[in-house]
Each structure stands twice: as C-alpha cells, then as structure tokens.
Design a protein around this ligand. Structure first.
Ligand code: 13P
Length: 245
C-alpha cells in the first residue's frame, strides 16, 4: 500500500502526518506500507518512521550516479538517506517532464543498481481508452519501459497501473476495469518473463483510490495493492486504506 504525496506537504506537515499515522497502522502487518514524499522531506520522513514497518520512497530519480545534472537526484543519494523505494514513470512525469518508456527503463535500471525497489507506472489516457487502444498502450509501455530488464531485475520491481483518466479526477476505474488491465499487464509479463514471474509480480492500482472504494478494489485477486495520491495525504484516510483487509 503506497502513498504518492506528489508536490504536497512541508517538513513540519510531514512530521505531523507521521505522528498521527504511525499509531493508526501499528497492527497492519499484512502488507508493505510505503510513503513517497517530495525530495526535500525524505530525511524528515525516514527519521519519523524509524522503528516502524513503514518505508519511504522517492517520486523519481535520475539515472546517473552523480554528475553535472543541475536539479537532479540519484539512486545512491536516495539509498544513502534511507529510502527503500522509488516511483518511476508516473503519468505526471510523462505528461509534464518529458518522461518516455526509454527513460523509464534507464531510471528503473539505475534504481535497481542502487538497491531501491522501483514502482514502475503504466496507464492509458482517456482518448486512448475511448479509442480502444488500452491494450496496445499498455503493451507499448511494457515493451519499451519494462521488457528490457533482465529476469533478475524484473523480479524486484512492482508495477503500478494508473489509468490517467482516473488520477485526481474522482473517477476510479471499477474493480472490473482495473482487474482487466492488470490481466493484460500480467499476460505481457508471462510472455516475456514466464509464468512464475507473472504470478509473483505485484501490480498496484492507482487512480482516485479512497477509503470508500478500497474494499471493492482489493477484492479482485488481480489487484495486489494500491498507489494512492490525494487520499494518502490525510493520516486517517490513508490508514483506513492500509487497514482494509
Ligand atoms: P489520486 O489518488 O489523487 O487520484 O492519484 C493517483 C496517483 O497518481 C498516485 O500515484
């Protein structure tokens, strides 16, 4: 169960969140719990969760280890401050910051090299779904961004299916729509990496996940977890998502 805070919360707001959130999820040992704050608050978050089961991730990374890349942050830097995870290829990165399937692959390889667990995002836009291109888009994103990993690398990633039309819009994909897309992705995995990889890979759903719809989504065996934006910003709402079993 992962929270993507996007560009929300200052350091004091980060501390205040964890003070409330940690006790609320103290008995949740059925899942991994990950929060991805903005870069500047990662240290605060890592310190706040120490001694708990909650892990912290970045929202992006650059593929070089270090160098003259003004404004960028590398995998080894994230790992050195105690991050365990990193989101890669979020649709907002694709839409506003020129992320492509090719750069998704480079970032994923860099994350793995730094010992981070990548959460690699894929998902179709509204016009692609309406044009009947969902499967084709997911296949293209898989082929360009994920299929270039070795089987050993692939075993360490988590995939997040985030239909762009459901992000921040209040329009959740129905559990059925999400499960169908997950099946398409799992079939890509099976074809490239084999049956064991397909059954073992965790595929998260993301897009307007809320305490009110989490039960229906998690009832689908295809859905292994969720990547939550807006509803992860409030301790009680993200805790009720995490605690749903
Ligand atoms: P919302 O949950 O706000 O729709 O955002 C989803 C998302 O983009 C998570 O990465």
């Amino acid at each position: 169960m992962a929270g993507n805070w996007k560009m929300y919360k200052t350091a004091p707001e980060t501390s205040a969140f964890f003070e409330k959130f940690i006790p609320l999820v103290s008995s949740a040992d059925h899942c991994d719990i990950v929060i991805c704050p903005p870069f500047v608050n990662l240290c605060t978050a890592v310190q706040a969760v120490s001694g708990s089961r909650i892990e912290i991730g970045g929202q992006n990374l650059f593929w070089a280890k270090e160098g003259a890349y003004t404004g960028e942050v590398s995998g080894p830097m994230l790992a050195a401050i105690g991050c365990k995870w990193v989101i890669i290829g979020h649709s907002e990165r694709r839409q506003y910051f020129g992320e492509t399937d090719e750069t998704v692959l480079k970032r994923t390889q860099a994350a793995l090299e730094a010992g981070l667990n990548p959460i690699v995002c894929v998902g179709e836009k509204l016009e692609e779904r309406e044009g009947g291109r969902t499967e084709a888009v997911l296949s293209e994103q898989f082929a360009g961004g994920i299929a270039g990993l070795t089987p050993g690398q692939f075993a360490k990633i988590v995939i997040a299916y985030e239909p762009v039309w459901a992000i921040g819009t209040g329009k959740t994909a129905t559990p059925q729509i999400a499960a169908d897309a997950h099946r398409v992705i799992r079939e890509q995995v099976r074809a490239k990496f084999g049956g064991d990889a397909a059954s073992q890979v965790r595929i998260l759903y993301g897009g307007s996940v809320k305490p009110e719809n989490i039960k229906g989504l998690m009832a689908e065996s295809e859905i292994d977890g969720v990547l939550v934006g807006g509803a992860s910003l409030e301790a009680a709402s993200f805790a009720s998502i995490v605690n749903c079993q």
